[in-house]
Design a protein around this ligand. Sequence first.
Ligand SMILES: *[C@@H]1O[C@H](CO)[C@@H](O)[C@H](O)[C@H]1NC(C)=O
Ligand SMILES: *[C@@H]1O[C@H](CO)[C@@H](O)[C@H](O)[C@H]1NC(C)=O
Length: 221
Amino acid sequence: MSIYYSLALAIFLFLAVDSTASAASEGVQVTYGSTIKLMDEKTKFRLHSHEVPYGSGSGQQSVTGFPDVDDGNSYWIVRPALNSSEKQRDSIQSGTVIKLQHMGTRRWLHSHLHKSPISGNNEVSCFGDDNQSDTGDHWRLDIEGNGKTWRQDQKIRLHHIDTGGYLHSHNKKYSRIAGGQQEVCGMKAKCADNIWLAAEGVYLPVSERKEKSPADLNISK
Ligand SMILES: *[C@@H]1O[C@H](CO)[C@@H](O)[C@H](O)[C@H]1NC(C)=O
Ligand SMILES: *[C@@H]1O[C@H](CO)[C@@H](O)[C@H](O)[C@H]1NC(C)=O
């Protein structure tokens, strides 16, 4: 239960921090290390996973859209891409490749060319663990409109690097094992059903590190 305790504490701290920052008109930044829920803009379902394998396709851990707001299995930790030099609490620019780690099972939001169970698009699964991750876990953050830095109030798409699919959900529901939950898949077409919003969560404040200059990005040996 300690994870819930620390989460509750973090939420308390976040609320405490947030009330002092409420003068800002823009949304809270989404930084690396933040633990958030992603809401499908159209259906309002949350991106969700749980220890239930797909009965088809890869047989990996399933990812669904979940109707209830209050479910601990809808928390995802925002992580840097493999080999990235980004740090906890760094801000995230549009176009950056990120990973999402499912908090409850430590697996990575993943996609590949297996067919999704209901609509036959690309399957989205959860795969790997803290020590095992590959490029199939890489998603590019695309902020809608002119947004440059990821904030809570922005509409985003997540574009899967290996397959070119957009993280997608729609009103196509499972009837049996995950009854009432809806399909999440990777969709080639860019459309209104691939828009997500950062919702509930623990948003770590931006680190005080100075802004990156080109020299900082240039890693010398
Ligand atoms: C990360 O670095 C390792 C070691 O240099 C390399 O084998 C791997 O392909 C790199 N991964 C990515 C995603 O660039
Ligand atoms: C990951 O590696 C660390 C250090 O080797 C180890 O302690 C831990 O148990 C590993 N975790 C998993 C999920 O394999």
